[in-house]
Design a protein. Structure first.
Length: 242
């Protein structure tokens, strides 16, 4: 895990809190590394206002998860848990992050979700991605426009239109997610119960990614929403495989 750096990547994924990326798209991150791409993970806050654990325990857990995923780096923008509104200062931090890493693909939360930080992360990344390419934007760094923004789902669902087969990587994804020991079910914990700490949580998660898998005829998949339409140059080659 590294702090702020200038490592160039193919893919940059933004999560509001440490653990959001692992839960929603950990299998895709692991698969992208297996395919040989450079992958960066960005946590936008330290999760310091979470009901369970502390910023310090979250940081150690995030490091353990990062090592299991094997991404090229993980950095934390520390933009304020529960305060992730789309303001000029925070937008600038995200623009400069995109410019430092020059990704082709960007991932973040879907635009609507139960947690307000997730919705704010979506707006902030969308706005910053647009400004990142503008040479007159109030930010340091070389202007850069990523090719696509894909949205992942945490709690609320929309109709996904991009599915990634993660069958070979599901076990590794769950091991990475389970690094966040303070966040999940622990019968000895005295901390407040949350949606994530229910004993059924892992079964719920399994059902979700199995369901995504059935949509494309594989065991497990992660699913995303992309606003842009997909251009198909060779319908036979593309639409008859698998
Ligand atoms: Zn979150």
């Amino acid at each position: 895990m590294t702090g702020m750096n200038n490592i160039l990547v193919d893919v940059l994924a933004f999560g509001a809190h440490p653990d959001d990326l692992e839960l929603a798209m950990g299998g895709t991150l692991i698969k992208l590394k297996a395919l040989g791409y450079r992958v960066g993970m960005v946590d936008m806050t330290r999760g310091e206002r979470g009901s369970r654990g502390t910023a310090e325990t979250r940081e150690a857990e995030a490091k353990a998860a990062f090592e299991i995923i094997g991404a090229d780096f993980r950095e934390n923008l520390d933009l304020g848990d529960q305060e992730l509104a789309d303001t000029p200062e925070r937008r600038r931090a995200v623009v400069e992050c995109i410019r430092r890493h020059q990704p082709s693909l960007v991932f973040t939360h879907y635009l609507y979700d139960r947690h307000p930080d997730h919705e704010n992360a979506a707006r902030l990344v969308k706005h910053a991605m647009f400004l990142s390419g503008a040479s007159n934007a109030e930010a340091e760094g070389k202007p850069h426009t990523p090719k696509r923004l894909l949205y992942f789902f945490s709690h609320w669902m929309a109709e996904p239109n991009v599915f990634v087969d993660i069958s070979d990587f599901y076990g590794q994804k769950i091991r990475a997610a389970k690094s966040y020991t303070t966040q999940f079910y622990d019968p000895s914990s005295r901390e407040p119960a949350t949606h994530l700490s229910r004993p059924e949580f892992w079964e719920d998660l399994d059902a979700r990614f199995r369901w995504f898998g059935t949509q494309i005829g594989v065991k497990y998949a992660e699913a995303f929403w992309m606003r842009e339409k997909l251009r198909v140059d060779d319908p036979v080659a593309m639409l008859t495989k698998g």
